[in-house]
Design a protein around this ligand. Sequence first.
Ligand code: HEC
Ligand code: HEC
Length: 220
Amino acid sequence: MTRFYYCLALCLVFVAVIPAFAGDPTAAYEGQRLFVSHCMICHGADGKGGGSLAQEMGLNPVDMTRTLRSRSDTILKKIISGEGGQTISGRDRHNVLTEAMPNWGEVLSEYQIDALIAYLRFLSTAKHEMMGDPVEGRDLYQKYCAVCHGEEGYGDGMMTKILDLEPMDHTNPVVMNGMSNEDIAEAIREGDGQYMPAWVGILGDEEIEALVSYIRLLAQ
Ligand code: HEC
Ligand code: HEC
């Protein structure tokens, strides 16, 4: 165990001195930020259509958590960018979107639209609320967790190369949806098994909640 903590300390030092270690954020994470700034005002935080602007303008965005399952990525790209007259097959109302849904192709890049689609897919399959701020969560994750769980959450961080560890893979949506927010928060607070450290005393409740939300965005 002493050797383990020595290695952990060494890795945390590496992390502190190599800023390049923080990799590119996942698509769903980028998409979440764009959704909050561009779409939530009409579609609502949960994607069900109850956003404040939609209510004020008397618009009726669909409940995306129900419709998206039957839409391919190609169709979603067209709907969001406004390309091709926003035709959606399989839609009752003349198969065409009303003009109430803005054309985002003019202001968002292709990468941003792909990121939004990743987040919309996450929204329509997620079974748990976001309990904290994922932006804060990402910083904390890169600082304290990526060393074992891997930058993208696959459970393949650099510590797994020098010690016999099997950190949880956070990218599996079935496993992650099977854990409640409180299950994850408790695992972070109290630790798990021999190698998952207990973070109580190092991280406060708000930081742990932020981490839970970020970890959810790794599953896709
Ligand atoms: C001004 C309000 C408004 C904003 C902002 C807005 N939408 Fe919409 N959106 C709508 C309305 C209204 C509909 C439903 C249109 C219809 O039924 O014809 C819609 C429909 C959609 C659909 C089709 C859902 C389906 O399955 O039929 C998608 C996907 C969508 N919006 C994505 C987005 C994204 C992504 C953003 C942010 C980049 C966004 N919307 C921002 C109003 C808005
Ligand atoms: C020193 C390596 C290490 C670090 C650092 C680490 N973990 Fe872990 N973590 C593990 C291992 C190993 C497991 C699997 C434990 C087991 O199954 O015995 C695990 C399991 C977990 C689990 C699942 C627990 C369960 O009940 O199945 C969660 C959630 C988790 N870690 C979150 C985090 C978060 C968040 C951080 C950063 C604050 C973090 N871990 C930092 C090694 C680590």
